[in-house]
Design a protein around this ligand. Sequence first.
Ligand code: ADP
Length: 484
Amino acid sequence: MKKLNVLFAASEAAPFVKVGGLGDVAGSLPRALSRLEHAPDIRMVLPLHQSIDREKYSLKPVAVFTIAHAYQQIQAEVFETEFAGVPVYFIAGEPIGEAVYSSDEYLDGLKYIFFSLALLELPRVLKWHPDILHVNDWHTAAAIYSLSLHRGRDPYLKDTASLLTIHNLPYLGVGTEKALEEFGVPPAYNSDLPDWAKQMPLPLGLHAADKINLVSPGYAEEVLTPEFGSGLDGYLETQTQKLTGIINGLDLENWNPEQDQELVQNFNRASLGKRNKNKKHLLTTLDFSDEIETPLIGIISRMDYQKGIDVAVEALTELGEKRDWRAVILGTGSPEIEDQARALARRFPQRVRTLIRFDAILARRIYAGADMILIPSRYEPCGLTQMIGMRYGCVPVARAVGGLKDTIEDYNPRNGQGTGFLYQENNLQELVYALEGALDVYRDQRHWLGIQQAGMKQDFSWRRSAVQYLALYHDLINARIKKL
Ligand code: ADP
């Protein structure tokens, strides 16, 4: 097999800079790819946000060039380092500032259009021919569009195929039209995109990419429907030959109940009995009485409309005194949803604790001590929470949507198989019903143990995802060779 050269671009990547899930993916996938048999020569490129510590990561200057803007030539400086065997390049320049994302769409537009155009200069600077340009979300999507317009002019890019990974479709890059125009990126008048989308980075990337993948097969199907398609479902329906879905992996070293330093008791699949110590400790921390038999439901989530925590609050209210249950809610986000979660704790002081904060340690203790993790998402491109839950023996109760339905096997009472509980529609009744079902099964601890063990047995490794990405890279190359 030919060794492929891959240029991988993203707005953020752990450990350099991480704001959300994209940072986890971009931090893990290139490394996992580089460790495969027949590994590609994968090189990362990131914006040099001011929060990135240049000294800590020993950044070395590599090159300086300029990018044309309507009013000036803007200087781009390239730096280089290596992380876990993967070469990483950073691009600095005036539009790239402190915040990874700001609330000013125009400024974010300038930053990411500048970055998208500058990263296309990298192959020439490095005298390196990428076979594949792999970009992520709207921030780097314009690079693929610009590649499609200028491919012929750069000998280093003339055979480069492109892949766009979508982590969250609704973020289209709205409000960046002026920035695109100032950097001379023309609208795609001749594309089949809807008119409103002809000058927006993500749609331009969809139009120009040789292949598009979403972060789960489930989400790849859902984006073809009006409910999840962000207005582009009709267009995407015409592009299905380009679309696939690949589930993200989980960092199995970071999320390991056998070695997690934050737990009072480590455990594994064969010693799930020990897990009770974590539950007891958690109950005490939360100032609950320590009756270990009462099922404890956990929620760990951004308080965003996407996550459906408002529906969970209603469902727990409905469940009320009818059943024996307790819940701990950990999250921050929309003040309105935060208030609803606080009000639930006030209404059921014996049953509910709400903690409005980001708390990485408490999150680990909830995964290790709660019996269930509730994930009532309205949409979920992939989702990590359910995978972490399963790995920690915390059984997911989740809406059958996107990556949740791809990673959780719904419990089947007939044969006792399954790794969690799924419900179909985002409504109160279905959620209450699913919770009641889970609470019923919980009473039979033998069955419950089977569900926990089945979840802990799942392979959520990055290696598994990387193997699929490598296959996709080869598909891309083969398709490109056929085209030429
Ligand atoms: P998203 O990236 O859309 O927020 P994911 O399920 O992919 O959702 O990942 C969320 C991650 O953030 C999980 O690791 C979850 O444990 C963590 N998390 C969310 N809210 C909090 C919080 N308030 N405190 C600690 N960890 C949190």
